[in-house]
Design a binder for this molecule. Structure first.
Ligand SMILES: [Zn+2]
Length: 449
C-alpha cells in the first residue's frame, strides 16, 4: 500500500461557527466547479492507490472536464463495503492514525468504515456547525442519551458539541429514567440532543409518577420525528423548538438546518459533500423529482466515498432560501428500501405510518409484520402507545378504517380478497421488536416464507 500525502489534500475549508457564513454565500455554480476539480483529483488518487477503485474506474477519463463526465463515473453503494469485511480492498493506504466504526444500520449486515483522525476532526467541525445552526450555543445545557455500542462513533457528537460553547451533560444510558431525570434536573438541562425513541422510557416514567419536566429545545437525529411524536413532546416536555442534523458515519456529516428549514429539510455542507439526486434509471432527477441521494465526500481519502448511493430518498429544493445561504437544499423523504411488496403491490412504509401517526394516543412509532396465512399475505401494523394517553383510542378498528381510507390501493386489495384484512395492534414499546445493537425499532418484520 502507498503512504498517503495528507498535505496535498489539506486545503479543505473547515467551517467556523459564527464566521462561516461568508463561505456559504459563494454562488453554488462556483462551488460546483471547484468541487468537480476536487472529485477529479479524488478519482485519480483512488484509482492509483486502491485495488477496488483501480478496477472500478478503469474506463473513467483522466480528468472530469464537466458534469457529463461525472455522470459516467460508476456508482458505489453499501454492498461494496460488504464484499469484504473489513473492506481492505477499498483502502488507499495503511490505516495508521485511523479509527474504525460500524454503521450498524437497521437492515442487513453491519458495514465497517475507516476514517483517519484528521478526517474525523474535519467532520467534527461540520458536526459543530450543524449543532450551532440548530441553535445550540453557550447558553445551552445539552443533555445527550446514548447506548454504548460496538465500534461506535457516538463520541463524535460530544466532539462536535464542544465547538458550540455549550455545557455538555453526557447522561449516557437511557434505561434508568430515575437517574436520567436526576441529572437533567441537577444540571438544568434545557436542550436534549437525542434520537426521539430514546426519550420514550423517560416519558413513560414521567407519566407513571405524574411528574412535570420542561425541556425547551430538542435537537434530534438518527431517525425521523413523526408529527404525532412531536405533538406529544410539545405537550409532555413543553418543547417549543425542534431542530435536527443530518449525518451518517458511512459518508460523514451531510446537512444542517437554518431557521427556515421545516422538519425534513436541510442545507448541504457543500464544502464537504457533493450531492446528486439520481432517479431509478441512474440519471439526474429533474427539478422536484424524487431521487436517491448520492454523495461524494470531498475530503475523505483513506476510504474514499465517491458517488455513493446512500439509500435516502430526497427531493432537491429551489436553491434560494430566505436565509440567504446558498448551500443546496434538499428534503429528506425516507429510506429507499422503506418499501414493501404486499399481495404483489408495492407500498411505501410511509403509507402505513403517516396516516396513523395523526392519532394523538400514538407516538408515531410503528412496526410492520408481514405473515403468510393460507398462501395469502397478512399485514399487521403495531403502533406504539403514547404513555397514559393510549386510553383515548378505544378501538384499533378506527385506525384500520382510517388506513383503508387513506391508502386506496390497500383497501382495494383487501376488498378483492387477495390479502387478509389488515390487523392493527396498539402496544407499549417493550412489545415491539427492536435491534439489539441500536435499540431502534425494527421497521419491517417479514415472516413470510
Ligand atoms: Zn436556509
Amino acid at each position: 500500500m502507498h503512504p498517503i500525502n495528507w498535505t496535498e489534500f489539506s486545503e479543505i475549508v473547515v467551517p467556523e461557527l459564527s464566521s462561516d457564513r461568508p463561505t456559504d454565500f459563494i454562488p453554488w455554480d462556483l462551488k460546483r466547479r471547484e468541487a468537480l476539480g476536487r472529485i477529479s483529483d479524488l478519482i485519480q488518487f483512488a484509482r492509483t492507490t486502491s485495488e477496488f477503485y483501480c478496477n472500478r474506474f478503469r474506463n473513467v477519463p483522466e480528468a472530469l472536464l464537466g458534469e457529463q463526465d461525472l455522470a459516467a463515473v460508476p456508482f458505489s453503494s453499501s454492498s461494496d463495503l460488504q464484499v469484504e469485511v473489513p473492506p481492505r480492498g477499498l483502502l488507499t493506504g495503511d490505516p495508521t492514525q485511523s479509527l474504525v466504526f460500524t454503521s450498524g444500520g437497521s437492515s442487513g449486515e453491519p458495514k465497517i468504515v475507516y476514517w483517519t483522525a484528521e478526517e474525523l476532526w474535519t467532520n467534527v467541525a461540520y458536526h459543530g456547525k450543524g449543532y450551532a445552526m440548530a441553535g445550540i450555543n453557550p447558553g445551552s445545557v445539552v443533555g445527550t442519551f446514548g447506548v454504548p455500542g460496538y465500534l461506535t462513533s457516538e463520541f463524535t457528537v460530544y466532539l462536535g458539541l464542544m465547538r458550540t460553547g455549550s455545557l455538555i451533560v453526557p447522561i449516557g444510558m437511557n434505561n434508568d429514567p430515575e437517574r436520567l431525570l436526576r441529572y437533567v434536573t441537577m444540571f438544568h438541562v434545557n436542550t436534549l440532543l437525542v434520537m426521539p425513541s430514546d426519550l420514550m422510557p423517560l416519558l413513560g416514567y414521567l407519566d407513571e409518577k405524574n411528574l412535570e419536566l420542561d425541556i425547551p429545545h430538542l435537537v434530534y437525529g438518527g431517525e425521523r420525528l413523526f408529527s404525532s411524536t412531536k405533538e406529544y413532546l410539545r405537550k409532555r416536555l413543553h418543547v417549543w423548538r425542534f431542530n435536527s442534523t443530518f449525518q451518517s458515519i458511512d459518508v460523514g456529516t451531510i446537512g444542517f438546518q437554518c431557521e427556515h428549514c421545516t422538519e425534513a429539510q436541510y442545507h448541504i455542507h457543500d464544502t464537504l459533500q457533493y450531492i446528486e439526486c439520481v432517479n431509478e434509471q441512474g440519471s439526474w432527477a429533474a427539478d422536484g423529482e424524487i431521487g436517491e441521494l448520492v454523495i461524494t465526500n470531498l475530503h475523505r481519502r483513506l476510504l474514499p466515498v465517491i458517488r455513493y448511493k446512500t439509500g435516502d430518498l430526497i427531493r432537491r429544493l429551489p436553491e434560494s432560501c430566505p436565509c440567504g445561504i446558498t448551500n443546496p437544499r434538499i428534503e429528506l423523504l425516507g429510506r429507499r428500501q422503506e418499501a414493501i411488496k404486499l399481495a404483489g403491490e408495492l407500498f411505501r412504509l410511509d403509507d402505513f405510518g403517516v396516516p396513523a401517526s395523526r392519532f394523538t394516543g400514538l407516538t408515531g412509532e410503528f412496526q410492520i409484520t408481514l405473515e403468510k396465512d393460507r398462501a395469502m399475505d397478512r399485514l399487521r401494523i403495531t403502533f406504539e402507545a403514547a404513555g397514559a394517553t393510549s386510553r383515548s383510542i378505544r378501538s384499533s378498528q378506527i385506525i384500520v378504517d382510517y388506513l383503508l381510507e387513506s391508502v386506496p390501493k390497500l383497501r382495494d386489495l383487501v376488498a378483492a380478497r387477495v390479502m387478509h384484512p389488515v390487523v392493527v395492534d396498539i402496544v407499549n414499546r417493550e412489545a415491539m421488536l427492536r435491534s439489539p445493537s441500536s435499540g431502534k425499532i425494527i421497521r419491517v418484520n417479514d415472516l413470510r416464507e
